[in-house]
Write a protein that binds this ligand. Sequence first.
Ligand code: G3P
Length: 218
Amino acid sequence: MKLFVDTGDIEEVRQAAEWGILDGVTTNPTLIAKTGKGFRETVLKICELVPGGAISAEVVATNYDDMLKEALEISSWHEQIVVKVPLIEPGIKLVTTLADKGIRTNVTLVFSVSQALMAAKAGATYISNFVGRVDDLGADGMDAVRDTVDMINTYGFDSEVLVASVRHPMHVLEAIRAGAHVATMPLSTMRMMFKHPMTDSGLTRFLDDWNKAGLSIF
Ligand code: G3P
C-alpha cells in the first residue's frame, strides 16, 4: 500500500520524505490556506522534496469551465501534479476530460461506493474515500472503503482507492485489510505508526546490556 502525507507544510513533507518511504503528498484548500504561502510555490516545493511522487493539488471553482481552466493551469506547473477534483457533477465531467488528455486526477470528498463508481467510470486515477469524517458522525467510515475496493476489483477499474481523512494507525491497519491502494495521513499519524511500547522497552534493554558490558563497535 502506498503512503502519502496529507499536508501543505513543507517542513512536514521534508521530514516524511527523509524516511524514503513516501509515495506522494495530498493537499486540500484548507491545508494550503494554513501555510500562509502561495499555492503554486508550495506545490512546486513539495514536488521537489518528493521526486517522482504523486502530488495532489485541488481546484476550487465549482463550475465546469472554471474548473477546467484551473485544472489545466495546476497541471502545467509540474508533471508530478495530480489534479484533485471534488465529487460534484461538473467535477466528474472534468475528470472525464482530463483523463482523455492523460492528466491524472484525484477525486475527493467521496463517502459512498456509488460516488466512487462515478469517479471510476470517469477515469479517476485516485478515489479519495474519507473515513475519519464519517467516524465523527458515529458511523464506520471504512465500510465505504471496503465496498469500493471490492467494486474496483470486481469490475477491473484502473482507479486506486485512496483512504483519506485518516486519523490514527487503526485506520491504516483497516485500509491494509481492505486492500486499499493508498492511505494519506497527517505526519503525526505517520509517526504513530513507528510506535510500539515493546520496541521502546526492548531497545532500552539492549542498550543497557551493551553499555554495562563496556562494548564498542569501533
Ligand atoms: O485531504 C483530505 C483529507 O485527508 C482530510 O482529512 O482530517 O480533514 O478529515 P480530515
